[in-house]
Design a protein around this ligand. Sequence first.
Ligand code: PGA
Length: 262
Amino acid sequence: MIALDVIIAKDVNEMSMTAARIMADLVRKKPNCVLGLATGSTPIPMYKELIRLHKEEGLDLSRVRSFNLDEYYPIDPTHNQSYRYFMDHHLFDHINIKKENTRVPDGRTKDIAAHCASYEAQIKEAGGIDIQILGIGSNGHIGFNEPGSAIYSRTRLVVLTERTIQDNSRFFDSMDEVPRFAITMGIGTILASRHSILLANGKYKAEAVAKLAEGPVTSQCPASALQLQEKATIIVDEEAGSKLERKDYYNHVRALMSQLQK
Ligand code: PGA
């Protein structure tokens, strides 16, 4: 079945637990799986649950490989707002994944084109991404694919929009410090993964979520490209799902599917 699977969780906790459970099931079934990971405030509680599953329930991530969606450019990996720093701090330092098996685009590379091509090649060599975790920007971006990004785009340098710079300025000391560029997997890179899981919570995301799931597929809302993916799951809390018109149908689908699985 090619259709977006929309899960409306009652709150952030349920959203995060649901996503962590899907990831943990994959890791147990395929210990050498390839995870596509995301930064931002949205996935933090999901990472906390993965850490708990590792520490308390013995979830073994020693053979997992990972590729992150994006990184600011230019930025040093030791900068406390770099996405490499974020991943080490929020996940990698607390589980048994091997650091050398984790990839984040290099915010210091001098040869951007060669680095982007090599990032794509490494994903391919690893056998492709099994699960790609995504957040969504208030402007509908996924990774740093801003509105207008081609649906077949691949890893490349992008210029951030004013809105993204504004949204992300809360993490920096001043607006001036927010990098104006990023290296991001393309929408085509994301669609090539076997399963995308997009998470969103809060009222601020409601409009972007409605456009992604129920609007037309358009480069003006990069996340809407997920409608073209064979397997994509959207997990939102009630606030982020509040502008979805077909909410009742999504709940109905879930209720009937869970009966079928019993
Ligand atoms: P956020 O960012 O999780 O911090 O809201 C999401 C995104 O911009 O992709």
